[in-house]
Design a protein around this ligand. Structure first.
Ligand code: 13P
Length: 340
């Protein structure tokens, strides 16, 4: 595939008023989510829950793509339609998480490196055939005493860049996700420093690996105070520092940046996105969302493991997606929360 057509995919991912829904939780992670509502984590329950998220009426007005897990991209809706086909028929792109998870980084106690490059070329070719026009790879950067190390940032950025280059070779848009974790008692200033250093290293690595930025999407964490810090920064400060960090480190050629929610509440994640999009001045890239927890939390609670609650779960997801769509255009207001 030529770079022009993957550029078109990347632009469509961040079309006006649209964002991404991440439903790519690995089996251990979805088990934790199901445990929180007392639902059994069987393959059929995972399939049924994901069918609810995929098939809700009107969700395609706000969602351009959904990120699937390997198990999910191979599953079918109750009427036998493969999930990627069902999504495509509704105008939603079926993306795929392709990393092999964050593993302990040797020589760097407490830090992780994401694995999964071995055999990736063949896996990407298969996912392309299964209908995936974009893929995701998540690296995690931990803030702590003497962390992150240079070795951790460079190993993760190198892997992200190798993955991104392989994606583009396969005609797939890479979504590159270097998540600076919220865990810790660090200040927002420290989060800014680490986020900026990580993004600068990432774009240097993407350049080294000849990744076409016009056909790449960044999935970024916001610049936030650590979740164990007593003094948390407010919405305006988070928006101001996140924008400053991105402007200082992300090239203008990139079509869009989508945020992960990373442990923020659904309302916080929406308010932060809205504040950035309503800030004065034009931005070189679209700023939208690629949330898992901040979109799914109300839907998961409404579903509660019971198929009788399917409509309520879909309504909860649609409402949250609508609010984030408004936030991606700077048009969200807190009063809209009540209209669920
Ligand atoms: P959260 O929005 O729950 O942080 O998940 C983001 C993510 O990376 C899943 O793809």
């Amino acid at each position: 595939m030529n770079s022009q057509s993957i550029e078109a995919i990347a632009n469509a991912m961040v079309a006006d008023g649209k964002g991404i829904l991440a439903i790519d939780e690995s089996s251990p992670t979805i088990k934790k989510r199901f445990d929180s509502i007392g639902a059994d984590c069987t393959e059929e329950n995972r399939r049924a829950y994901r069918e609810l998220l995929i098939a809700g009426d009107g969700i395609n007005e706000y969602i351009s793509g959904m990120i699937l897990y390997d198990e999910t991209i191979r599953q079918k809706a109750s009427d036998g339609t493969p999930f990627p086909e069902l999504l495509a028929s509704r105008g939603i792109m079926p993306g795929i998480k392709v990393d092999g998870g964050a593993k302990d980084l040797s020589g760097h106690a407490g830090e992780k490196v994401t694995e999964g490059l071995d055999g990736l070329r063949d896996r990407l070719a298969e996912y392309r055939k299964l209908g995936a026009p974009f893929a995701k790879w998540r690296a995690v950067i931990t803030i702590g005493d003497n962390m992150p190390s240079r070795g951790c940032i460079s190993a993760n950025c190198h892997a992200l860049a190798r993955y991104a280059s392989l994606c583009q070779e396969a005609g797939i848009v890479p979504m590159v996700e270097p998540e600076v974790l919220l865990d810790g008692n660090h200040s927002i200033e420290r989060c800014y420093e680490v986020s900026e250093a990580t993004l600068r290293a990432l774009f240097a690595a993407l350049y080294d690996q000849r990744v076409v930025l016009e056909a790449t999407i960044l999935k970024a964490s916001m610049v936030l105070t650590g979740n164990k810090c007593a003094q948390r920064a407010g919405v305006e400060e988070v928006a101001e520092r996140t924008l400053r960090c991105l402007k200082n480190s992300v090239p203008a050629a990139l079509p869009g940046i989508v945020f992960l929610s990373g442990g923020q509440t659904p309302v916080e994640a929406t308010a932060h996105l809205n504040a950035m999009n309503s800030a004065a001045g034009t931005l070189p890239w679209k700023l939208s969302f690629s949330y898992s927890r901040a979109l799914q939390e109300p839907a998961l609670k409404a579903w509660n493991g019971d198929s009788a609650n399917g409509d309520a779960a879909q309504a909860a997801l649609r409402h949250r997606a609508q609010l984030n769509s408004a936030a991606s255009q700077g048009r969200y207001k807190e009063s809209m929360e009540k209209a669920a």
